[in-house]
Every structure is written in C-alpha cells, then in structure tokens.
Design a protein around this ligand. Sequence first.
Ligand SMILES: [Fe+2]
Ligand SMILES: [Fe+2]
Length: 272
Amino acid sequence: MTDTATPLRIVHLSDLHFGAQHPGAADVLLAAVHALAPTLTLITGDLTQRARNSQFVAARAFFDALPGDWLAVPGNHDMPLFRPWHRLFTPRGRYHRHIGDPTASRLDWPDLRLTLLDSTDRLAWRAGRLRPEDADRAAHWLAQAAPGQLRMAAAHHPFASRQRGNKGGMSGARHARRVLIDDGGVDVLLWGHLHRTETLLLEGEGKRHAIGIGVGSPTSSRHPADGFFFHQVDITHDTVQLTVLRRLGHEPHFHPFAHHRYVRDSAGWRAM
Ligand SMILES: [Fe+2]
Ligand SMILES: [Fe+2]
C-alpha cells in the first residue's frame, strides 16, 4: 500500500468505565463513532468500573451497536478489586463470559496486522504487567507480516509514558518495547489507562522507531473538567494520521482538538 491508498480508519477508545460514566456520555460517544464510520473500533480496557455483570452487559451492548468491527482487551478495572477470591482464581471470568477470550485478540487484514495484549495482572492490579512470553509471541507473529501490512500492538497499560510514578508504565514495558520494535518491527503501539492523551516516538534499542499513542477516556466521570477524549487513527502502510477528538462536559458533541501526522521514509517513522 502507498501514500495514495485509501486509509483504513480505526477508532481507538479506552477506559469507558461502564458503571461510573458521566451522564449521557456513552450515547454522545456512540453517535460520534457512527459519524466517523470506522472499519474497526479498538477498545483498550477498563470497559467497566468494578467488573460487575451488569456493567459488562452494558459494555457489550455498546460494542454491538458500534459500526464496523470491534476488538477489545481487558483493563485492571475489568478484574474484581474488592472480591479477592474472584480476583485470585477467576480474575477474567466475567470478561470472558460477556466480551470474549482476552488472549485471542488478533487481526490479520491485507493492510493491517494487529495484536492486542492482555496486560492485566491479578497481583499488580493497578500498574499491570506484560508477560515476557506474551510480548515475545506477539513480536514473532508481527515479524511475519506481509510487506503491505502496518504492524500494530495494543494493551491497556502504557508501553511508555512521559508521566512518572506508579501509573507511568507497566512491568515488562521495556522488554515489550524492545522485542516488539526491534524484533517484531511494530509500527504503532496503543494504550489507555492513564486517562490522558499522549503521543511519543518510541525507540527500540536498534535503529527502529514506533509511534506510541495513549488515549484518554471518552466517558469516565472521574475528571469531567479535563474533557472527554477518543482517537480517530487513519492509516496507510506509510502514514499514520491521528485526530484527537475532545468534548467538554457541557458540550453536546465531540470536536477535532488536535492532529498528529507521522510518515515513514527510508529512515523510519517521523512526525510531520
Ligand atoms: Fe481507567
Ligand atoms: Fe486502568
């Protein structure tokens, strides 16, 4: 695929937190996604606030109302926090029942090879952990992409972040970056969890780069004054065009708030 190819449109959502949403936020979001008509909607975790059945049912109904295909991966809030027995022995039971197998999220289209990684950990509930064997397996699969496929990986917890502290990155992030970028040749890494939008150009330990994109929450009632966010990501093999959409609490609709464009040339990815 070249620059002149029709881009593939992906909508990236995260941290929907069904059970703790700003009133009406899910309906506004659904209308906004329909208006963009993406081929694929990716949801990087924290579908629910407390992993309750009713919250998963609401999340699943929302996904089934989306246009196009959707893929999701769990976040820390999708495991029980206050029921230690469930958290230890069946941490992903409800996710599995209502949403699907959290370990089977892959997509192999002519212009996109995508893997979603489950970064939740019952013992590292908040910070998350990406198991080295999962990152290695994902890198191996991405390395076998066809020449025309953009390579993408996504998880709930950040692969990297400008922010320090216990929400600044998951355990295993460094290893994951190294194998996914250097061995897997990943082009784009996506995450949520921080409830904050950020874009970074990430380096492996060789000369390769990958585009890192974290997205805020479009619905969470936690910080309504900061606004609600989601991303439109239009991709070809050699371009990634990110549009950040924002809605303030008193506004009826989302609006384009910022644009970031990345282009691949012989030296790799660079921001325009
Ligand atoms: Fe969250
Ligand atoms: Fe989270």
